[in-house]
Design a protein around this ligand. Structure first.
Ligand SMILES: *[C@@H]1O[C@H](CO)[C@@H](O)[C@H](O)[C@H]1NC(C)=O
Ligand SMILES: *[C@@H]1O[C@H](CO)[C@@H](O)[C@H](O)[C@H]1NC(C)=O
Length: 343
């Protein structure tokens, strides 16, 4: 297969701002200008949520297997504080989908004496079927939209649990699943629309790696910045290296350390991590572009974005998904790469 990159002067035909204004968050993929739907999905900017399902954690949640052992003793004493530093999203799955989120970061755990799978983040969140069912209902009612479900971490899983979850996901999404391909460049919004495929599952455990319906971790690396300062996070994001033939997840999130939390005991992850990211990191992300990565890493040249995730994605009238989605309009402006399959 050969790729030809053509420069379009589309911006002259359709002003960038007009194109951006026409996007409705709920249907932003179907509303994208036509040339962008011919681009590989891994060249588009896609907003996602970090620890997407923590909205389901409540005061009655119990301690989960991914928690530090000390949480068992601290939780009864400091329930409110721990909840404030554990919850990373306020909007439920349906609302996240409506505001344009198309990538979900899933952490899953089993529960003793319960055969259902649950979302987790130190504390148990909801059982998975409601949220995953909403994704199904959303793609059924929004035929132009594509959703990525990243099964990122598993806790308390045996091999049999992986097999059971695999079966559940295959039964739920069936023909809507986008099978993995050697060449991800062949996957565009248009190609998926034609095949009526709308759900990508990334499964980060080798137990099910022969399942062709799931993407393997190396097809969408998602390195954890592990930073508790804005400068550290920005530097991490600026220096990312990305392989040209895979997807990628830029994690625009601050991670509080225990001492960070102790010093800000009465505050919350939202105020101390999510708000600073929106106020100080998002404006910097607005300078990033999607598109194809350079074949070799050039110092000083930022890797292009694909999926970008944040905490509290609904904040400030969904400014995070709006900003990330708008980055796609830069693809119309200069480089304006349309990819043609020359056979
Ligand atoms: C995948 O799951 C198996 C079974 O639970 C586990 O033993 C293994 O460590 C997991 N692999 C990774 C990379 O976490
Ligand atoms: C699946 O994982 C196993 C164990 O890690 C490995 O030996 C095998 O090559 C993998 N298969 C594929 C298709 O990636």
């Amino acid at each position: 297969m050969k790729f030809v990159f053509i420069v379009l002067s589309l911006a002259a035909i359709m002003g960038e701002d007009t194109a951006a204004q026409k996007l409705r968050l709920e249907n932003w993929m179907s509303d994208l200008p036509a040339p962008l739907k011919e681009l590989p999905l891994i060249f588009l900017a896609i907003p996602g949520s970090h620890d997407s399902m923590t909205y389901g954690i409540t005061r009655s949640s119990t301690v989960a297997p991914d928690a530090e052992p000390i949480l068992n003793r601290l939780y009864p004493l400091f329930r409110g504080t721990i909840l404030r530093w554990t919850i990373t999203q306020a909007s439920d799955t349906w609302h996240q989908l409506l505001i344009g989120i198309r990538y979900f970061d899933l952490r899953l755990a089993t529960k003793v004496d319960d055969d259902k799978f649950h979302f987790t983040h130190g504390l148990y969140g909801d059982e998975i079927s409601t949220a995953l069912g909403q994704v199904k209902e959303f793609v059924d009612t929004h035929p132009g939209e594509v959703v990525i479900l990243d099964c990122q971490h598993f806790y308390g899983f045996t091999r049999e649990d992986h097999m059971r979850l695999r079966r559940y996901l295959l039964d739920l999404y069936g023909p809507r699943l986008v099978p993995r391909q050697i060449d991800l460049h062949a996957i565009t919004l248009n190609s998926l629309n034609r095949l009526k495929m709308q759900v990508i599952i990334v499964y980060r455990n080798e137990t099910v790696n022969t399942t062709g319906e799931f993407w393997q971790p190396q097809m969408m690396p998602s390195p954890w910045p592990q930073q508790d300062t804005i400068t550290g996070l920005v530097s991490f994001l600026e220096n990312i290296r990305r392989h040209p033939s895979t997807g990628f997840v830029h994690q625009a999130v601050l991670t509080p350390t225990p001492i960070f939390i102790v010093l800000r005991w009465i505050s919350s992850l939202r105020e101390r991590c999510a708000v600073p990211v929106i106020k100080e990191v998002l404006p910097k992300l607005a300078d990033f572009t999607p598109g194809p990565p350079a074949p070799a890493h050039k110092p000083g040249v930022r890797a292009p974005v694909n999926v970008v995730i944040a905490d509290f994605v609904d904040m400030d009238n969904a400014i995070f998904p709006r900003t990330i989605i708008d980055l796609n309009m830069k693809l119309l402006r200069h480089t304006d790469i349309v990819h043609h399959n020359n056979g």
